[in-house]
Design a binder for this molecule. Sequence first.
Ligand SMILES: CC(C)(COP(=O)(O)OP(=O)(O)OC[C@H]1O[C@@H](n2cnc3c(N)ncnc32)[C@H](O)[C@@H]1OP(=O)(O)O)[C@@H](O)C(=O)NCCC(=O)NCCS
Length: 182
Amino acid sequence: MLIDGYEIQELSEDHAPELAAAYLRNREHLAPWDPVRPAAFHTPAGQTADVLARLDVVRRGLGASWVLVHGDDLVGRVNLNNIVRGVFQSGSVGYWVDHDHLGRGLASALVEHAVERADGLGLHRVEAGTLVPNVASQGVLRRCGFTEYGRAPAYLFIAGEWQDHLLFQRILHDRPAGAPVP
Ligand SMILES: CC(C)(COP(=O)(O)OP(=O)(O)OC[C@H]1O[C@@H](n2cnc3c(N)ncnc32)[C@H](O)[C@@H]1OP(=O)(O)O)[C@@H](O)C(=O)NCCC(=O)NCCS
């Protein structure tokens, strides 16, 4: 990991209590950019259920998840979602960083980590969608070599509304779809 004092760890069930604490601490910070969360989401039991469901997705090869740890605190997360193989070979990246740890290049490090792993999985492309006013997230993606390629109207149901998103992608290689990773 690039930044002193921080470590990227693969998501495990053990992270559930710290994830619940982090989501609670960052409730207001994340609310404009996330789906509306049920109350249980911010509890250890709710996070245990969420993590177990997520680990099943990971086991089936449809996603991958990492968390960012600083001392005893969990202070960020990055997911590769919706991995599709065949002629697409694509995954979608999502991320957040704790409000007390912003502006240190941590989101960029998380996204780079996910992109490296996507490359290792043989994916051809990583995509991301941001809400139109989310300039912080757009800055992360540009800094990580993503290119904006369009605007999708009413793309995701975020903060209780269908909202337009700006779409970004980074192409990882030009090998044939499904070719072995060199
Ligand atoms: C977006 C977010 C992940 C950025 O985290 P971060 O660790 O502060 O980001 P970084 O330090 O890696 O910043 C990388 C680049 O993004 C841009 N950036 C970050 N925060 C910014 C801000 N508040 N305003 C404008 N640009 C910003 C800058 O270009 C920055 O590069 P620079 O420092 O070289 O100028 C964080 O603000 C967050 O968690 N937001 C809420 C959740 C969210 O929006 N997730 C993404 C959903 S698509």
